[in-house]
Design a protein around this ligand. Sequence first.
Ligand code: NAP
Ligand code: MG
Length: 402
Amino acid sequence: MAKIQMKTPLVEMDGDEMTRILWQMIKDELLLPFVELKTEYYDLGLEHRNETDDQVTIDSAEATKKYGVAVKCATITPNAARMTEYNLKEMWKSPNGTIRAALDGTVFRAPIQVKGIEPCVKNWEKPITLARHAYGDVYKNTEIKVPGPGKAELVFTGEDGKEIRQTIMDFDGPGIIQGIHNKDKSIESFARACFNYALDTKQDLWFATKDTISKIYDHNFKDIFQDIFDKEYKEKFDAAGIEYFYTLIDDAVARVMKAKGGFIWACKNYDGDVMSDMVSSACGSLAMMTSVLVSPSGVYEYEAAHGTVQRHYYKHLEGEETSTNSVATIFAWTGALRKRGELDGITELCDFADKLEKATLGTIESGKMTKDLALITSLKDVTVLNSENFIKAIREELEKLL
Ligand code: NAP
Ligand code: MG
């Protein structure tokens, strides 16, 4: 079989530890034999980030803006322990944070569903995709521990010196206060990313906040979404046969538990943080979750939702066998290849991505899987494979499909 040709390069962001090992295995076994892979390679492994003073992360984000599609391996976010382990010049920022800030994106996460790994919520027949706003609110807050009686005020001073002032509380004893914010521009980007993603994947979009209680703050989110929808997206949604609807967060949570799935649930930053953990753990494993960062300008960065699986890497270094699940990393590649195929009009590339996903799920459904899944599957007679043999088993399945 002739290898599939690509036109535009994918931005390839390599990473750290066990996922870096899987990255190479996936390329060698599942991609390079079948695709004339065209990538612009950026090594975001911590050593190289340190050597380049993290310039490589910024460069990779710029390249993503230029080419439109990136695929990223999990990377270490340095902490004190990593400073010593890697002898770092500085505690470099989280690459995901840097890339997200550069692309002004929204993160969409959806469980990868497969027969034999059933969600705890029995009526979830299709995946629920969570769209999390990744800016502001409680994640960029200012807090004060109030020592005793006194007056807490909220003050805004305009550039012209004019003040808006409101009393938060006349304290008669100790307490706490917190200041949070968001920006219209960021909420608008979030809204457009959600509407575009809904159109892209032909799924309904739900959005919910607590606007009955937060009559200005949360209401602003609701109004911005509605305004952009009415002006820019209503007709496109009608044409695609999909729906946008807004409801109160309490109502959304209750409905989600009874729904069949197959929709996008847009959440404010905090709601998205906790609700994505709920949805993913109800679906079994972090390694069975896709994650894509979408910018309002239509740039896509695909990655796995989990980290670098450090514990497995240390075992690997000691020569012990690992059984690390590569599904999320494989799906990051298929997501990116399919998007590249769509943008460049290369049907064979999209077909290849579909078949590689099918082969991956087929391998698990045939009872061959990594240890994390073997622990939770409802299938009988499963074979637990090591990291490498699982990928080899997928290759066998893939060759049958090609
Ligand atoms: P992690 O890599 O997600 O792993 C936590 C645990 O979850 C593992 O020890 C393993 O459990 C299980 N697990 C996760 N992915 C798995 C997979 N593919 N197959 C099988 N089991 C899997 O989180 P972490 O160990 O807390 O973080 C390690 C590093 O990753 C940190 O330096 C952190 O900064 C980084 N990180 C990066 C990203 C990213 O780049 N997107 C995201 C999160 C964390 P068992 O050990 O019980 O088998
Ligand atoms: Mg969380």
